[in-house]
Design a binder for this molecule. Structure first.
Ligand code: AHR
Length: 505
């Protein structure tokens, strides 16, 4: 059957005064869990030729700096739910080896809280630290924040000083547990139990340091049976001490159905809108003046490694685990997910690409080097160029039917940086065969010219970057594809492409 011809045009409608919100740079955060080779052989490998004097991989640090990752969530993930933070501080020779039950391995604790805070400083990022509310409780949450944020003169602050850190770590962002709605989670609870526990933990932690912000666990995905009710009940029991509610989501293309896969950003958009509604419902019921914002602290594509991981030997140390090798179509979806986060910049204030190195990650390492996976590029370009103010971007584009509902062929958003008189358009063309023509009336931006149009595209949707072929998928200059004439921008968006169109005066 002949396919109906679509109109390959997309129009962006913007107004300089109609903004969604300033971008909170923390939406370009990431996540490192004690899982597989994320920590060991990822960011820390003392015997490697790229290691600095502390054992931190400098080649990896350089790639993280290239992205400009503003926050890193740590140490888990599922790992955190049976973790004793005390095991991970002080002299390394005294740190215990432990059974790591979340991923069935042994944790050596040779890299821990003290090293993480130090590493964050070196890499130019800030810690977002998770406490164990699975097997432990509010007493431990109280102690770890005392260790981190109190200057001196108490048991745990003096312990930190004895361990070599004179100045407090001043960690401002705290996750209260991880995915506590999931039956797989150690110490899994009902919404009522968790809401009460998180409320109590937030209360006692803020007594220690009132300047911190807390993130409580929302649902592990939109598809959990308890989704919706979980958010309501948790917030009703922890509202006064909570600042953010978390969301997690991962998408895959196991059915090899690319149009449906690329439409997953529609589901992500619905997820965010629904969670905002639940937060605002609880706000209304409580007659509260406080608004709960969102922390999308785990998001990515994840499915390539699922089979391979079943073969991991029990109780070994940092095996190859969840090492998804990303392909070109994954990068397109990651681009669309970034656009979705930006379009909700008024409520999504924190987001973490899960994860950062080796484990479902944009950066991979071997003993001989580090390289950028395909998804590195949209993440890096959004982080570097997507800072400023998000404009309310109306996208007039044809749609296609998908399992998530009607999906636009083109996802897009415009970010302005008024101070530097710059404007950036991010756009994904999800049509696998047809180029699109994008137009945008820029007459309010008199004198703005195209600085660069960068395109990520590839003939092969399944193309990957590997150590042997690290530059197979990478952005190319396509500035000739965009022009401004009489105040109207016209850009060509090649079939299946991620585009970054930068304009400035
Ligand atoms: O990121 C991998 C795992 O996915 C995390 O440990 C967990 O929080 C989620 O289910």
């Amino acid at each position: 059957m002949k396919k109906a011809k679509i109109d390959n045009k997309v129009q962006l409608c913007i107004d300089r005064d109609f903004t969604i919100s300033k971008v909170d740079e923390r939406i370009y955060g990431s996540f490192i869990e004690h899982l597989g080779r994320a920590v060991y052989e990822g960011i820390y490998q003392p015997d490697n030729k790229f290691a600095d004097k502390n054992g931190y991989r400098e080649d990896v640090m350089n790639l993280i700096k290239e992205i400009g990752v503003p926050i890193v969530r740590y140490p888990g993930g599922n790992f955190v739910s049976a973790f004793n933070w005390e095991d991970s501080v002080g002299p390394k020779k005294d740190r215990p080896r432990r059974l790591e039950l979340a991923w069935g391995v042994v944790e050596t604790n040779q890299f821990g809280l003290d090293e993480f805070v130090d590493w964050c400083k070196k890499v130019g990022t800030k810690p977002m630290y998770a406490v164990n509310l699975g097997t432990r409780g509010i007493e431990d949450a109280k102690n770890v924040i005392e260790y981190c944020n109190i200057k001196s003169g108490t048991k745990y602050s003096d312990m930190r000083i004895k361990n070599g850190a004179k100045d407090p770590y001043n960690i401002k962002l705290w996750c209260l547990g991880n995915e506590m709605d999931g039956p797989w989670q150690m110490g899994h609870m009902t919404a009522q139990e968790y809401g009460l526990k998180a409320g109590r933990a937030g209360h006692i932690m803020k007594l220690v340091d009132s300047s911190i912000e807390t993130v409580v666990c929302g649902s592990s995905s939109l598809y959990m049976n308890t989704y919706g009710e979980w958010e309501r009940v948790v917030l009703e029991n922890s509202y006064d001490t909570t600042d953010y509610l978390s969301l997690h989501t991962y998408y895959g293309n196991a059915e090899n159905d690319t149009p449906n896969f690329l439409a997953s950003s529609v589901a992500m958009d619905q997820f965010i809108s629904q969670v905002i509604s639940i937060c605002d419902y609880v706000k209304a019921v409580k007659r509260s003046k406080k608004t709960i914002n969102l922390s999308f602290d785990e998001w990515n594509v994840w499915y390539h490694s699922n089979e391979q991981d079943k073969k991991i030997e029990k109780w070994c140390e940092h095996p190859h685990q969840l090492e998804d090798v990303y392909n070109f179509e994954d990068a397109l979806l990651v681009g669309s997910m970034l656009i979705t986060l930006l379009r909700h910049a008024d409520r999504v204030k924190i987001a973490c690409l899960a994860q950062l190195v080796n484990v479902i990650a944009p950066i991979m390492t071997s003993d001989t080097g580090a390289w950028r996976q395909t998804i590195f590029y949209p993440y890096m370009q959004a982080s570097v160029y997507g800072r400023g103010e998000v404009l309310n971007t109306v996208v007039k584009a044809p749609t296609y039917e998908s399992k998530h509902g009607d999906a636009p062929y083109v996802d897009s958003v415009v970010v302005t940086d008024e101070e530097n008189e710059a404007l950036t358009i991010f756009a994904v063309n999800k049509n696998l065969e047809e180029d699109f023509e994008l137009t945008c009336d820029l007459r309010q931006y008199a004198g703005y010219k195209v600085v660069e149009h960068s395109v990520l595209t590839h003939n092969d949707l399944k193309a990957e970057n590997t150590e042997q072929n690290p530059d197979n998928v990478k952005p190319v200059d396509f500035t000739k594809g965009s022009k401004v004439d009489n105040g109207i921008l016209t850009s060509k968006l090649p079939a299946k492409s991620w585009n970054v169109i930068r304009l400035a005066k």
